[in-house]
Design a protein around this ligand. Structure first.
Ligand SMILES: *[C@@H]1O[C@H](CO)[C@@H](O)[C@H](O)[C@H]1NC(C)=O
Ligand SMILES: *[C@@H]1O[C@H](CO)[C@@H](O)[C@H](O)[C@H]1NC(C)=O
Ligand SMILES: *[C@@H]1O[C@H](CO)[C@@H](O)[C@H](O)[C@H]1NC(C)=O
Ligand SMILES: *[C@@H]1O[C@H](CO)[C@@H](O)[C@H](O)[C@H]1NC(C)=O
Ligand SMILES: *[C@@H]1O[C@H](CO)[C@@H](O)[C@H](O)[C@H]1NC(C)=O
Ligand SMILES: *[C@@H]1O[C@H](CO)[C@@H](O)[C@H](O)[C@H]1NC(C)=O
Ligand SMILES: *[C@@H]1O[C@H](CO)[C@@H](O)[C@H](O)[C@H]1NC(C)=O
Ligand SMILES: CC(=O)N[C@H]1CO[C@H](CO)[C@@H](O)[C@@H]1O
Length: 543
């Protein structure tokens, strides 16, 4: 972790409440928004947003601010917004217009399509009033040009020497991926020369100024893999906030190399996304070993798995439901993202069951959903409520406990992080006469609760717990029932909340002390065995 003491004293005083560090982000839960598609200003025509048209649909920062209840009601504690800087607005390209915000023209200006500086400040202020964080997407690797002969006078960096000369990317050649131009000949993305000291200094002061001006709490960094090594520590040091980078691809070694003192605090967890697809997508490989293998790699490869950004969808990937139509496959995979190491991220519209394929079909307008409560939003709310409770209301230091695999079998996987046992399955929605049995570290007769269904369980002899799927393959998040005291979850009364309404608590992590089951203390795991079916008499029963 970096220390950010380089800010001027006055500024650091001013922004102690914001400018969040990696450690402060660890316990957060992020909702990702494409500003153009999240909410319309009052009076705008709600009936004209065709993702296939690849043009602006009219969403703004103000409209986002006016609809934050929808996000906060689901339990999210941070919002990641699409890039805020000025984009290309010339004649339509082969890929339409810059509604998504990633086609930067002038870094030094805001994108007037989405509002004014005052509007962006008001959004930031309102998030902070609610105790939520603002994460802004920044594009530093490149700018956009409608042709291969850019008009450099339009950009913040106006000298051609501040860009790498044009070459098409040779994929697999990392030098080429870093120095050549992303995009293609239809929409070239001139590559900033991030080894040029004037570019480095310019970007550093640009980001510091933007973070200070809009009280930004964290940065999502576009195309982080495409910038030369060594650039990010000084950039993120100047920003003084948590930086999570996009390193597209499932290669764990490559991904992990970007989470280091020489690179970034964290990266978006593409390796685990790939494993979750392998394990849960229906139809698919149903290969839960992919998860086990990735978790094993966490131990030796990632500097800090607890900071990885866990997701199932984003603006570059097909919606989960486009690949895997069974909703239980999504709920189980999502439960993994919330209940294992890492910061959970949900891409807007996932809670509405959106089904679009890759770009541009995965950027549907949210408003036709009328922001209804759905099965998916209900599960997300439960996961957030429980995770927020774990983060702030227990003294078990849950966030820093590593995720361990208790068992895998033909139907799924059981993992444990701290006190929390998640039993996940890929059998899908249809009821099935199968069950999954897990040796837990808990003692015989201990009363347990599934936080998602509120079903009660009792630990059987030798720590066994059996989960059956005769009502379909629902995810289970099972904890000792005593852990839920004062949680407001599953009929447990909530502790009287003395904080102002609409705001999160400001308390320290010191909550009630849980009496951890005796055998949890040690290194446990790996020795746990799975029993499939038929051992019912010996296993714990669903009450
Ligand atoms: C990789 O790309 C760089 C930059 O374009 C180029 O100079 C180099 O020759 C390429 N290496 C190979 C093996 O093609
Ligand atoms: C399942 O995943 C593991 C770990 O990634 C891999 O070694 C194995 O080949 C995969 N099995 C199948 C059937 O794809
Ligand atoms: C996937 O997305 C494409 C394009 O949006 C759509 O035509 C198709 O019906 C979707 N498939 C599913 C299974 O939803
Ligand atoms: C969804 O549920 C929340 C409470 O969890 C409620 O405040 C909100 O009004 C509901 N939204 C709709 C559109 O019914
Ligand atoms: C479920 O499987 C068990 C064990 O194979 C069998 O005894 C039982 O009859 C089955 N129940 C149903 C409803 O098929
Ligand atoms: C009890 O559980 C352990 C794993 O915790 C297992 O190795 C052992 O075989 C179990 N004993 C019985 C009698 O099932
Ligand atoms: C937890 O408490 C911290 C203050 O210690 C607060 O800033 C944060 O909003 C709370 N987080 C959640 C998830 O409730
Ligand atoms: C029971 C309890 O202390 N609940 C608090 C847990 O933390 C959340 C978020 O910080 C508060 O809103 C609850 O009041």
């Amino acid at each position: 972790m970096r220390t950010f003491l380089t800010l001027l004293p006055a500024l650091s005083l001013l922004h102690t409440a914001y400018a969040a560090t990696a450690e402060q982000w660890r316990g957060r839960s992020i909702y990702q928004v494409i500003v153009d598609r999240f909410a319309l200003p009052k009076g705008a025509d709600p009936n004209k947003c065709d993702p296939g048209a690849q043009t602006w649909c009219g969403g703004t920062w103000n409209a986002l601010r006016e609809n934050l209840d929808y996000i906060q009601d689901m339990g999210f504690t941070a919002v990641w917004i699409s890039p805020v800087n000025q984009n290309y607005e010339g004649p339509r390209t082969a890929y339409g217009d810059a509604y998504h915000g990633y086609w930067i023209m002038d870094h030094s200006q805001l994108n007037s399509k989405f509002g004014t500086a005052e509007d962006l400040k008001a959004l930031s202020d309102e998030l902070h009033r609610r105790g939520m964080y603002l994460m802004v997407d920044v594009v530093v690797n490149d700018v956009m040009s409608p042709t291969l002969e850019p008009d450099y006078s339009k950009y913040m960096f106006k000298d051609e020497s501040q860009y790498h000369p044009y070459c098409p990317i040779q994929w697999g050649n990392i030098t080429s991926e870093q120095d050549c131009w992303l995009g293609d000949t239809n929409v070239p993305l001139p590559d900033l020369n991030t080894e040029d000291p004037t570019v480095v200094a310019g970007l550093n002061s640009w980001v510091k100024d933007m973070v200070d001006t809009y009280a930004i709490d964290g940065l999502r960094i576009d195309a982080a893999k495409h910038v030369s090594p060594g650039f990010w520590p000084s950039f993120c040091g100047a920003a003084g906030v948590f930086c999570i980078g996009e390193v597209f691809g499932s290669d764990i070694d490559q991904a992990a190399s970007y989470q280091s003192d020489k690179e970034l605090d964290a990266i978006l967890n593409y390796p685990m996304y790939t494993a979750l697809m392998d394990a849960f997508a229906i139809p698919g490989d149903l290969n839960t070993s992919a998860i086990t293998a990735t978790l094993d790699a966490y131990k030796t490869k990632f500097k800090d798995p607890g900071l990885l950004g866990n997701f199932l969808e984003n603006q570059d990937l097909p919606r989960w439901a486009n690949v895997s139509v069974d909703p239980q496959s999504m709920y189980n995979a999502m439960t993994f993202n919330f209940m294992s190491d890492g910061i959970p991220i949900v891409y807007y519209g996932q809670e509405q069951g959106f089904k679009g394929n890759a770009d541009p079909w995965n950027r549907e307008a949210l408003w036709p959903s009328q922001y209804q409560n759905t099965s998916a939003s209900g599960i997300i709310t439960k996961l957030n409520t429980f995770r927020n409770f774990l983060v702030n209301n227990t003294s078990s230091d849950w966030l820093h406990k590593p995720t361990e695999v208790l068992t895998t079998d033909a139907h799924g996987i059981a993992i444990m992080k701290g006190d929390v046992l998640s039993v996940l399955t890929n059998i899908g929605s249809p009821p099935a006469n199968v069950s999954m049995a897990v040796y837990t570290p808990y003692s015989n007769s201990l009363a347990m609760t599934d936080v998602l269904s509120c079903a009660q369980y009792v630990i059987g002899s030798n720590g066994t717990l059996s989960v059956e799927y005769t009502k379909g393959g629902q995810a289970k998040v099972i904890v000792p029932s005593t852990l839920l005291q004062n949680s407001g979850i599953c009929g447990n009364p909530a502790e009287v909340d003395q904080k102002p309404k609409g705001q999160l608590a400001d308390g320290s992590a010191a909550g009630r002390s849980l009496s951890e089951p005796h055998s949890l203390a040690g290194g446990l795991v790996f020795s746990f065995v799975l029993f499939v079916l038929g051992f019912g008499g010996f296993l714990g029963h669903v009450v």
